[in-house]
Design a protein around this ligand. Sequence first.
Ligand code: SF4
Length: 285
Amino acid sequence: MWGSVQTVRGCPKHCSFCSVWRTDGQKPRQRRVADVVREIVALRRVGFRFILLADDNFYPVTLADLAAARRRSDGHHLAGLVQLRQQRFGLMARLEELPEDMVFCTQITMEAAEDAEFLAAMRRARIRGALVGVESVTSEGLKAVFKNFNDAGEALVGRLQAFRSHDVHVLGSFIFGLPTDTPQTFEATADMAQRARVSFAQFVMLTPFPGTVDFTNWERTMQDGPTVNGIPLTRYWLIPPMERPHSGPRRAERAKRCWQPATGSAGYQGRSPWLVSDQRAEQES
Ligand code: SF4
């Protein structure tokens, strides 16, 4: 059973489908390390060994952010970024001191793969797993959701494998239904997930939540669009599930097939990362 603790709130990115930066803001704020550790220790005392660090982006300051801030003459901004980065390392150093049987996982952008120092600190802190929002395996798809900071193609494979080489198992999260998707997208995405050696993969349908950029654009373009019992499709949550239009059996079957390696006997990587010892993980990588 997992306990969960949030350590930082807010994300500086602006992905078009995401509600996080609209609700929590784009200025990341880390909680005091002592408060986070106190909460984790309290969870440990009642029996939780597995802790989800329930942050939307565990890596809120990238090396590119620091380089860009250094180029600008805004020393105040740079100092804020450096401080936040140090706070992240401070938190991981404290996690490292917790009982050795504790295991953590989180959510993170793939930019962390460029930062060997950060990945090494994650390994020492026993952050054994991370959901990485891959979203699309093509640069066109990433551009469509304002996620150009992700890599596509072979560079993407390298990025995801970098996590694994630091003993951080990746849950790759992919979105179907982007405007740039084609019938080939399903197979290309599943193929990429396997080549990148992700431990788990999830394939979700693009769902524009109210308040997101995607939702605003969708409502604007669907002003005279179809309705179900008088309810516009853009207000899909008001339409009973059985009455909502579906994507058709062929597309549904293709999407379902992508899950097969994850649910079949082999799995994407075959077994629970939470049980993998350091030594066995080293043998694998
Ligand atoms: S999808 Fe992730 S990186 Fe993008 S805005 Fe949301 S939390 Fe940030």
